[in-house]
Design a protein around this ligand. Sequence first.
Ligand SMILES: Cc1ncc(COP(=O)(O)O)c(C=O)c1O
Length: 394
Amino acid sequence: MNFSNHISSLKPSATLALNDKVNRMIAQGQDIINLTVGELNYYEPEIARERAKEAIDKHFTHYTDSDGIYDLRQAISEKLRNENFLNYKPEQITVSAGGKQALFNCFFTLIDHGDEVIVPTPCWSTYLTQIKLCGGIPATISTDEKTNFKITPVMLENAITPRTKLLLLNSPSNPTGAAYSENELKELSGIIRKHKLLVISYEIYERLVYVSHYVSVGTVSEYLQENTITINGFSKSFGMTGWRIGYSASPIAIAEKISSLQSQVTANISSISQIAALAAINHFNPENKVNLQENRDYLYKFINERSPLSVPNLPEGAFYLFPNISAVVGKSFKGKMIKNSSELCSLLLENAQIAVTAGDAFVAPNNIRISYAKSMNEIVRAAQKMARFFAQLS
Ligand SMILES: Cc1ncc(COP(=O)(O)O)c(C=O)c1O
């Protein structure tokens, strides 16, 4: 079969593929603790379930506006104004099938062949794949523990070229959990303005922040207010990953193009999901965050005090730890030498029945990602299994 050039090099999402494999092993009866995927241990608010069932009973099951029903876009606009201090009108909002589609819409709308998109790494690899699918070039800025996985103004300015079209920021970050403070964003904003960059701010973990308050990128300067596309969604805050509800809020000219694109490619997301989102939007349960924070604190202490891995900086948000594995590279488990993070993950899966994701999937081969959105019981059990595994390294 002669496939198109752009699809030929496309690989499936590494994290989803691994999650599928682990779930198959669990279905076959293996006692594995799955700490791979960005999935939550809580569900949509009850009111969202009820309204969705009513929507079906009342036949709210036909096409809607392809950008999403007006009431939902208005509710999102109000949420962004009241909680994030961002000014986007309902007309500037497109509701899409998850943040994933919202992001693809933006890239497809803005990137021409050869355009560069600056992406700090470690990062979610979907960014890089989508940029390439749209003909763009990911211009990655490599960060590590020394700057708490954040870029500095100097790093940003060094990455800018005449082909730079966009800067992508993801705060708090998947996979590192690092979140930019207001001051750090202000420092970056000078360079962003100087080079007239357009920013995509991917804010999907915005409600899962454990520091004093969350700062949306678009609020730190007048320039950013006008030149930021904010992407967010219901997957992580509300445990609604399967409902597929994300959105982009863009400068109006961009929003109109995104709207045309979506109307031609998918049209509206499920009418029922939209009703569920409208019901959920003001029902975030802060308890969810408290439980995640307890898990983070427990695992952070465990990794640093009782394992050879290290997490120098306490992650500010999301639900991932991203330990550095350098201290175990070159060590052996029952005669098998650990050469990189993929091999460590395979050994952990086969011998400790713990599934975590190798850092290669996030352009960070010296790290592994542990998703800690589980019950505290499972987290404690996972830590015990890891401790037994690490005790056997020689
Ligand atoms: C940074 C980031 N963006 C987007 C997603 C997926 O979001 P959605 O379910 O809204 O497509 C994930 C999920 O793991 C993620 O980590």
